[in-house]
Design a protein around this ligand. Structure first.
Ligand code: NAD
Length: 359
């Protein structure tokens, strides 16, 4: 496919290529939709096999951000950027500051943040050249988003329990968490406090064992994570883990977790889960707390406010589940529709002329 065909077929507004050979910069910024506000999304650094792979990735990721922001009720559009290169070998101050100049040049249409392969330090470099970056260090910065992501995920999980079991209490429920990283450990704490039975795994066994010890949780081998009997399976590690091989193994009634892009193939695997009567919480909805956290930095970071906002994922999720049931559609279809509806309706607001005569 040609580049413009790709842009048109994914309904993007803009694709920006930024290059400086001297500092090793090859960046692509994708802006999907700015109806609701400036496009906010992280900058990913990755060794793409080809430039076209990088283009496809940025188009996919930026579109995802439009839906995430829209469903979360944020006044933000969808955008994302990719840097082509090895994050372990090819980073430099000059590269990130040069990239920052390109972001500044977009005049605020795109606001960047951390993502896979980039760190808070990289954001601090970018910040030297542009205001349009979030997730920075120090005063006014929102810091690590994972506690808020976990808090939102916890409330989204409770909404799923309410829908499926008639009560949102997780006390006595067995929750299998895949991963013992940042999001997983905060989530495990909330669940333990509510007297849920927490099962944990990680490919780094030590990490999982330490967390288990601290919280009194039970360790599970990584390869047993799909087939173990539990009420709720909570992916908090990798993407693509709900696939042809894993879905038939699941012995749970709810899948609700913070990991991004859980479905290997969106429509198909969402359907497979529904056919097995497993309620799947759309990942971009339940993990929107992280986006809420960085978005708050734009208005002057307010921790209490952002935690209240993340609690709202409960109502957002319940609304999606009720709608999916009412319309007999998949949960992902219901949440996509809600996002598109909000964008369509908010777009109308701009049509009303306010103020005096135009020049
Ligand atoms: P993290 O790197 O802190 O934790 C991920 C953990 O998963 C690591 O400990 C890793 O060893 C483990 N892991 C990797 N492969 C595994 C496997 N096959 N089996 C078991 N464990 C495995 O990352 P994080 O920040 O906690 O993010 C977790 C997920 O949530 C990611 O998918 C991320 O994209 C998503 N997410 C995170 C945030 C956030 O605020 N951090 C926001 C939105 C979405």
């Amino acid at each position: 496919m040609e580049i413009f065909e790709l842009i048109e077929s994914t309904e993007h507004e803009q694709l920006v290529f930024c290059s400086d050979k001297t500092v090793g910069l090859k960046a692509i910024i994708g802006i999907h939709d700015t109806t609701l506000g400036p496009a906010l999304g992280g900058t990913r650094m990755w060794t793409y096999a080809s430039d076209l792979d990088a283009v496809r990735d940025v188009l996919r990721l930026s579109k995802g951000m439009t839906y995430k922001a829209a469903v979360a009720g944020l006044n933000l559009g969808g955008g994302k950027a990719v840097l082509i290169g090895d994050p372990h070998k090819e980073k430099s101050e000059a590269m990130f500051r040069t990239y920052g100049r390109f972001v500044e040049g977009m005049g605020g249409r795109y606001i960047t943040a951390e993502d896979v392969g980039t760190t808070v330090r990289d954001m601090d470099w970018i910040r030297q050249e542009t205001r349009f970056v979030t997730g920075i260090n120090g005063q006014g910065g929102s810091g690590d988003p994972s506690p808020v992501t976990a808090y939102g995920t916890y409330h989204g999980m409770k909404a799923c329990a309410k829908f499926r079991y008639g009560s949102d209490s997780l006390a006595g429920k067995t929750v299998m968490i895949q991963g013992a990283g940042n999001v997983a450990s905060f989530l495990a704490e909330y669940l333990t406090k509510e007297n849920a039975k927490v099962l944990l795994t990680d490919i780094y066994e030590d990490k999982a064992h330490k967390l288990c010890e601290r919280l009194g949780a039970q360790y599970v081998n990584p390869e047993d994570v799909y087939s173990i009997e539990c009420d709720i399976f909570s992916p908090a590690a990798l993407g693509g883990i709900l696939n042809d091989e894993t879905i038939p193994q699941l012995k749970c009634s709810i899948v609700a977790g913070g990991a991004n892009n859980q479905l290997a193939r969106e429509g198909e695997h969402a359907r497979q889960l529904a056919d097995r009567d497993i309620l799947w919480a759309p990942d971009y909805v339940i993990n929107a707390g992280g986006l809420m956290n960085v978005a708050s930095e734009l208005r002057g970071y307010d921790r209490e406010g952002v935690l209240r906002q993340a609690e709202g994922i409960y109502d957002i999720m319940l609304n999606i589940l009720n709608r999916a049931q009412r319309d007999n559609v998949l949960t992902i279809e219901a949440s996509n529709e809600i996002a598109e509806e909000r964008i369509r309706k908010v777009a109308r607001i701009g049509k009303y002329h306010v103020g005096g005569p135009r020049n």
